[in-house]
Design a protein around this ligand. Structure first.
Ligand code: SF4
Length: 191
């Protein structure tokens, strides 16, 4: 528990397992051990994924995980497209609508109509080379990620204090285990 620094559970995975997949099973495990319903989870930026925020949000758990800003890869970045959850559409900076199209593994493509983009003054910056319309991928828990980004901007003093404690307590133990006890990597021998 965070107040007294007792490690309640340890999970070892192969390097192929994404650490974000481990948060929910660990929450289940700690709730089962303590009989206490978890209200807040702290984790470092390595867990700052939409699916983690979505999973914790659905369980009513406050995620004190510092959300990353959107990487800017385009001169018309995704954050300039407004997601309307009620109608399940995106609105581009020119107010045109992008509708959901084919699903992919962790989200869906949203696409605009070519005729909406054909005379747009932003199309040189907005459209990928050779394309006549806009297509962007929106992750499954994108609204939860947006909420986490807004939440990050409003972290209270108490939130910051909790996260600071996570930094030195949890990450400190990890750092010591990896640096001094060789636990950064393990090898499994089968006999
Ligand atoms: S190119 Fe299309 S999607 Fe991009 S801003 Fe213009 S109308 Fe909107």
């Amino acid at each position: 528990m965070t107040k007294v620094g007792v490690i309640l559970d340890v999970a070892v995975t192969t390097g192929q397992t994404n650490e974000g997949e481990m948060i929910e099973p660990q929450v289940d495990e700690v709730e089962a051990i303590t009989g206490i319903e978890i209200k807040t989870v702290t984790a470092d930026v390595g867990y700052a994924y939409a699916k983690v925020y979505g999973a914790l949000e659905r369980r009513g758990i406050d995620a004190l995980i510092p959300a990353k800003a959107e990487p800017i890869k385009s001169r018309v970045p995704l954050r300039r497209f407004r997601y309307d959850a009620k109608h399940d559409i995106l609105k581009c900076p020119r107010g045109r609508i992008l509708r959901p199209a084919r699903p992919i593994k962790h989200g869906r493509f949203f696409s605009s109509k070519a005729k909406d983009c054909s005379r747009c003054p932003l199309k040189g910056d907005c459209l990928s080379k050779g394309r006549v319309n806009k297509a962007v991928v929106v992750g499954n828990d994108y609204p939860a990620l947006l909420r986490a980004r807004r939440r990050r901007e409003r972290w209270s003093w108490q939130d910051r204090r909790l996260y600071q404690r996570h930094r030195w307590r949890s990450e400190g133990f990890h750092g010591e285990a990896k640096t001094w006890h060789g636990l950064a990597r393990g090898v499994v021998y089968r006999t």
